[in-house]
Design a protein around this ligand. Structure first.
Ligand code: SAH
Length: 397
């Protein structure tokens, strides 16, 4: 095993300071009133936050004398950008953020001709321990607050609007919860984030439901809860194997909720929304890419309201696994399509900056200083598959 990089500014599990985006509108109005200001200032602050305005000097609709106090009280800077890394001629940009307690997370903004998508993190680290995923290797540090999750999307929207990404000023159109963490293990904060993403501007980012994707390992009770919310966001299920035997090893939580149960919950979601869900399947050479597994997957999904999104594995440090070779990928696609299952292969944007699916580890060097904020792996850090309590915040236990 390679020596662990120096732990620098190791995170303590502390709650982020209060932020407007964590509050309901009423709570925000009350907080402003407590500061001796008229309640409508809460709406003014919300407008600035969702427009990506962080500098109090630019909040000219607030009296100069109170700008500083109001922003300090309700819009504390929760995400400090430590570094941007770009690929694809600048159209893919990964940002490493430092949180108030030193924890690190990453988000990735990808601009395409027709859309701009940001891939956001919902947790620092992840407790799901999928062996092919870089984030899964160091365990869970903590849940992010809603404001910390929303802030990543707000920053991406501002970057697009300000023309920071080549192609001129544009609009953030899509958000995917495919960064670090298991979104449905941080349910209340992710639910709150969805509300902020979908609420029309100026009180939210005004995204359309179908352009927001929640990706999960398959926490069945949380999928059911999401179904009951009446939201129509896109659901993605990280399956990676059609059979329980292999899935138990690739997605350890499968020992708690089996393939059939996960797909059953996703089916109910699809029937309620009337929209297909996405089945994520990382193609790993000689592990899950055999023709018989393609046939098994085809059989499993042919009568379901699902489509398959194949992701050639993005290699992660220390893992012996590799992406399936092209002929195996093509064969896999052909067999699924022959079974009548709509199938696409995901492009691997950002793999050269470790920004592709499963490569976010936030374990990087900043200016030559190790800033790995991940605690050394220990038995308590990995999370225990099977003991996931929805949205239980380690800070609150
Ligand atoms: N915890 C959520 C979101 C995480 S990542 C989930 O598991 O769905 C988003 C997708 O990237 C998931 O489908 C995940 O399984 C996949 N992924 C993880 N590591 C990968 C890797 N090394 N190569 C390709 N895809 C990977």
């Amino acid at each position: 095993m390679t020596a662990l990089p120096l732990v620098f500014d190791a995170p303590r599990r502390t709650k982020p300071p209060r932020h407007l985006a964590d509050l309901t509108r009423e709570e925000a109005r009350a907080a402003v009133a407590e500061l001796g200001q008229p309640a409508f200032r809460a709406d003014q602050l919300a407008r600035h936050f969702y427009a990506g305005v962080a500098d109090p000097a630019l909040m000219t609709d607030l009296p100069a004398a109170v700008r500083g106090d109001l922003t300090a009280a309700l819009l504390p800077g929760l995400l400090t950008p430590l570094r941007h890394q770009s690929a694809d001629g600048g159209r893919t940009r990964k940002t490493l953020w430092r949180l108030h307690d030193g924890a690190l997370v990453e988000s990735v903004l990808m601009r395409y001709p027709e859309r701009a998508t940001v891939c956001i993190s919902s947790q620092a680290g992840c407790g799901m321990a999928c062996p092919f995923c870089a984030t899964g290797q160091s365990g869970l540090t903590r849940n992010l607050s809603a404001a910390e999750i929303i802030g990543q999307a707000v920053a991406a929207a501002a970057a697009m609007a300000n023309g920071e990404i080549p192609g001129g000023p544009g609009r953030l159109s899509n958000v995917v919860f495919m960064g670090m963490g298991e979104p449905l293990a941080n349910y209340p904060r992710v639910r709150k984030t969805l509300e902020a993403l979908l609420t029309p501007a100026p009180h939210g980012l005004g995204l359309s439901q179908r352009s927001v994707t929640v990706s999960t390992v398959g926490l069945v009770p949380a999928i059911r809860k999401l179904t009951e919310e009446g939201l129509n966001v896109t659901l993605a299920v990280s399956l990676h194997a059609p059979d329980d035997e292999l899935r138990n090893t690739l997605v350890p939580i499968n020992t708690r909720w089996k393939v059939g149960e996960v797909l059953g919950a996703a089916d109910d979601y699809a029937h309620r929304t009337g929209r297909r869900y996405s089945v994520e399947y990382a193609l790993i050479r000689d592990v899950n890419d055999q023709p018989f597994r393609a046939d098994l997957l085809g059989k499993l999904l042919s009568s379901r309201l699902a489509h398959v999104n194949l992701i050639p594995l993005n290699p992660t440090p220390g893992s012996p696994w590799d992406a399936s070779p092209l002929p195996a990928q093509r064969e896999f696609v052909a067999r699924l399509r022959a079974a009548g299952v709509p199938t696409t292969v995901r492009d691997t944007r950002g793999s050269d900056i470790d920004g592709a699916c499963g490569q976010l580890a936030a374990a990087d060097q900043v200016d030559g200083v190790p800033t790995v904020a991940l605690p050394a792996p220990g038995p308590g850090d990995r999370g225990t598959p099977g003991s996931v309590s929805l949205g239980a915040d380690p800070d609150e236990e």
